[in-house]
Each structure stands twice: as C-alpha cells, then as structure tokens.
Design a protein around this ligand. Structure first.
Ligand code: CU
Length: 112
C-alpha cells in the first residue's frame, strides 16, 4: 500500500540573528508548516516508496521555487523545483503542488 504524505507550506521572509548578536539580522526564507515560520525548514522523514505531495505557497513578494535534491523524479520532472528549468518560478501569492515518489534511499535536502 502506498503511503501518501501531504504537506502545506507557506514560504515567507524571516529576520534571524543566528548567533544572537549583531544589530543587523539576516533576511532568510522561512517555511511555515502551520506551526510557525522555521529556518532551517522542517525535515521530511519518509520511507522508500512513499509519495509526497507538498503544496508550496509563496508569500515572499517576488517569485521563488522550492528545489528538491536527490530524488530521481522519474515521470514527475515538473515536481523537482529547479527554477526556470523544470518549472517557472512560483509567482507571489501563488501556490505550486509538488507530487513525487521517494524512490531512492538516503539523506537529501531542499531549498528555496
Ligand atoms: Cu537546488
């Protein structure tokens, strides 16, 4: 039986001071999964064969994309998230649905 994991993320600006010092905070993209804006973004722990459905909503004020590294994306190349390569950037205040299968075991990363 296929396990389908669904995520709904809002991508926003976030001001952070990683070392707690300094007057000028860094501006980074944060992911709000409903429990508050996070940077680094939430970890996805999945099993080989799981299907992922991730809706990314852009609230940054300019176009972005979310790129998922390490997945082979056979038949789902438009879910990879490489901006202007496999998809157009997600316009501000718009969403993009990434649907793909975790077919390769390992540890990977994603970024905006
Ligand atoms: Cu990338």
């Amino acid at each position: 039986m296929t396990n389908i994991l669904k995520f709904n993320w809002k991508v926003k600006y976030q001001l952070i001071r990683p070392d707690g010092e300094g007057k000028d905070p860094y501006i980074v993209l944060g992911v709000d999964d409903g429990s508050g804006v996070k940077n680094p973004a939430p970890s996805l722990v999945v099993k080989e064969g799981d299907e992922l459905e991730i809706v990314v909503t852009n609230l940054c004020g300019y176009p972005i994309s979310m790129h998922f590294h390490g997945f082979d994306q056979v038949g789902t190349m438009f879910a990879d998230g490489a901006s202007s390569i496999t998809q157009w950037p997600i316009p501000n205040k718009s969403s993009y649905r990434h649907k793909f299968k975790a077919t390769v075991p390992g540890t990977f990363f994603y970024h905006g």
